[in-house]
Structure formats: structure tokens, C-alpha cells
Design a protein around this ligand. Structure first.
Ligand SMILES: NC(=O)c1ccc[n+]([C@@H]2O[C@H](COP(=O)([O-])OP(=O)(O)OC[C@H]3O[C@@H](n4cnc5c(N)ncnc54)[C@H](OP(=O)(O)O)[C@@H]3O)[C@@H](O)[C@H]2O)c1
Length: 306
């Protein structure tokens, strides 16, 4: 299959593209800079130079391909507090991808996040059948699912907020560790009982590849190897590694302590993967978060620049 991959120079693509190539697929990767192009070419993929801000170019690259995996997202805008701009740019690109694939039955697998269900007030683990709100990234997710009615084999993989491995350079595990280093304490919000799911990069990547090959149109999948780890446990393990205290951060200090992460850190996001495992046969095989804390360079590498 000729597969167009957006976000081809990012974290998840570092596992998705090699897996696709090893399975015999021909990959065309989107790159918006020389550095990104070199990264993509280094995986053995062909390069399409372009930007999400140019939907025509994105659609033009997708049209001759047999399928698309959409991973691009402007996390820099998210970090600088401009989530609506990042969501809007992604939506324009998704519309272009949809137009390019409409009526073909070709697969489009788009990334989203499990956190979209954390604000849905479910009161139980979120399932693959649950949907988030109409706006933000959940709105983009809904737009992907709607492409099923236009003859696209569209599906969504919801990625857990902590996706970890030696390939992770700027993910939220590294952000939590950087905040703990900077502040001298490993904080958790309130009583720290809220849960975050986690997944190993290669397990998450494998789910994208399974979805590309087998996901029926209009389906959502959950890539959480661990369905919910309490923030207190995560903070405690970070504290042990850094030799500092794990402490509760009261609600009125969460913003000051966690900065841009404050809008997510207190969310409770237990995530079921039962349907994903049963229907697609997804079975995570790689190390869990705390094993990667022990063996990857999370506590020895320089902190990321955010
Ligand atoms: N990794 C996680 O922990 C996690 C958790 C939840 C959800 N997700 C979702 O999974 C997807 C992939 O995540 P990731 O961790 O691989 O992200 P990442 O490492 O930040 O990579 C993002 C990719 O998007 C590209 N990109 C950003 N803005 C672009 C633009 N305007 N035009 C073209 N390309 C652009 C980046 O290119 P450059 O290299 O040029 O910057 C990079 O290739 C995203 O939708 C993300 O939100 C990831």
C-alpha cells in the first residue's frame, strides 16, 4: 500500500513509519522543514514537503495514495496556549484529506486523544463507543468519523496522554519530570486519585497500523496499554527517581505549579481498551510506564525546553 503519513517527523511516526516499511508498505511522509525531511528520509520513506496550513498540498499528496495516517498536530501552539489555532489548522487539513479520499473506500486513520472523554462526565472508564463534545479535538474526531458517510474508511485512534519509550522526547511524562525538577517537588493535584492512561510508543504505533489495514469505517480505537494510573502514583515514582518529595498541590496552586499542563493534570481519564483488543486483536507487548522510567533516559537526559 502507498501510505501518506502526516506528522512524519514526530514522536509517533518514529515508530509508525518503520513498522509500515517493515510490513512492505511504501510511505510518503509530510515534512515542513529540511530537518523534518531528513528525519523522514532517514526512515526510508519518500518525502512530501508541505504544511498543514496548505490544505491543497496535503490533499494533493493524499489523492494518489492508497491510505493515510494523520499524525500531524501543532503542539507548539498548544503549549503557547493557542489550542484553537492548532485545532483549526488540523481541521482544514482533515477536510482536505477527506475531499481527496471521498468515494474511494480508502483508509484514513487519524490521531486523537483519550483526554477528550475526560470532560464528558461519564463516571466510568471511557469506551471506544463514547464520544466527546462537538468542539476542539473531539470536534475534529467527529469530522473524521463523518467521512465514513462520504465513502472513506475513516477511523480514529485515541492516544493516551502519556505515550512513553526511548522515542519520546517532548511528551507529557517528560513535562511532568521537568516541572518536578524545576520546582523541587513532584506534585500531584489534590489527592492525586485522578487517573491517566499510558501507552508504549510502539504499541500505540502498532494500533495505527492495525487500523489502517482492518478498521471498519466510522470506528474509534483506544491505544492505552495501561488504562489508568493515578497521578499520585506517577508523582511518587518521579519523586523516587529524582530523590525529592511527592506532594499534593492544592487546587488554587495548580495553575502556578503546572503552567500549561494545568488544564489537563487534574482530569480523570480511565480508558477501556476492551473493544480495541477484541475487534482488532491489539495486544500491547512493550514495557509499561514505570519500566520505561527505570530503563529509558527520562531522568538522565537534559530537560525539554518547555
Ligand atoms: N505522543 C503523545 O503522548 C500523544 C498523546 C495524545 C495524543 N497524541 C496525538 O497523536 C498525534 C501524534 O503525536 P506526536 O507525539 O507524534 O506529536 P509530535 O511529536 O509533536 O509531532 C507532531 C508532528 O506534526 C508536525 N507538524 C506540526 N505542525 C505542523 C504543520 N503546521 N504542518 C506540517 N506538519 C506539522 C510536526 O512537524 P515538525 O517536526 O516540523 O515539528 C511533527 O512531525 C497528534 O495528533 C497528537 O496530539 C499524542
Amino acid at each position: 500500500m502507498r501510505v501518506f503519513v502526516t506528522g512524519a517527523s514526530g514522536h509517533l511516526a518514529a515508530a509508525v513509519i518503520p513498522e509500515l516499511i517493515a510490513a512492505g508498505h511504501d510511505v510518503l511522509g509530510l515534512a515542513r522543514s529540511e530537518a523534518a525531511a531528513a528525519t523522514v528520509a532517514g526512515y526510508g520513506a519518500r518525502v512530501h514537503r508541505g504544511d498543514l496550513a496548505d490544505p491543497e498540498s496535503i490533499g494533493g499528496a493524499a489523492a494518489p495514495c492508497d491510505g493515510v495516517i494523520h499524525l500531524a498536530f501543532d503542539h507548539e501552539q498548544l503549549r503557547s496556549g493557542n489550542l484553537p489555532a492548532a485545532v483549526g489548522a488540523e481541521r482544514a487539513a482533515l477536510d482536505a484529506l477527506g475531499d481527496a479520499l471521498a468515494g474511494t473506500g480508502k483508509p484514513l486513520v487519524a490521531a486523537s486523544g483519550t483526554l477528550g472523554l475526560a470532560t464528558a462526565g461519564l463516571g466510568r472508564p471511557g469506551t471506544e463507543h463514547d464520544t466527546g463534545g462537538p468542539s476542539g479535538r473531539s470536534g475534529n474526531e467527529n469530522a473524521v468519523i463523518a467521512l465514513a458517510e462520504r465513502g472513506v474508511r475513516a477511523s480514529v485512534v485515541r492516544v493516551p496522554p502519556i505515550t512513553h519509550s526511548e522515542l519520546d522526547r517532548t511528551g507529557l511524562a517528560r513535562t511532568l519530570i521537568a516541572i518536578a525538577r524545576r520546582s523541587g517537588v513532584s506534585g500531584y493535584p489534590g489527592d492525586g486519585a485522578n487517573r491517566w492512561p499510558a501507552g508504549h510508543t510502539r504499541d500505540v504505533a502498532h494500533l495505527f497500523c492495525l487500523a489502517l489495514e482492518n478498521a471498519p469505517a466510522g470506528t474509534r480505537w483506544h491505544a492505552a496499554g495501561q488504562e489508568g494510573i493515578t497521578m499520585r502514583e506517577i508523582a511518587g515514582r518521579i519523586a523516587e527517581h529524582l530523590g525529592i518529595q511527592a506532594v499534593s498541590i492544592p487546587a488554587d496552586q495548580v495553575q502556578a505549579h503546572f503552567g500549561p499542563l494545568a488544564m489537563f493534570v487534574a482530569l480523570d481519564n480511565p480508558t477501556s481498551t476492551q473493544v480495541t483488543r477484541q475487534v482488532l486483536g491489539w495486544a500491547p507487548t512493550h514495557p509499561d510506564l514505570f519500566a520505561d522510567f527505570d530503563t529509558c533516559d527520562y531522568f538522565t537526559a537534559p530537560a525539554p525546553g518547555h
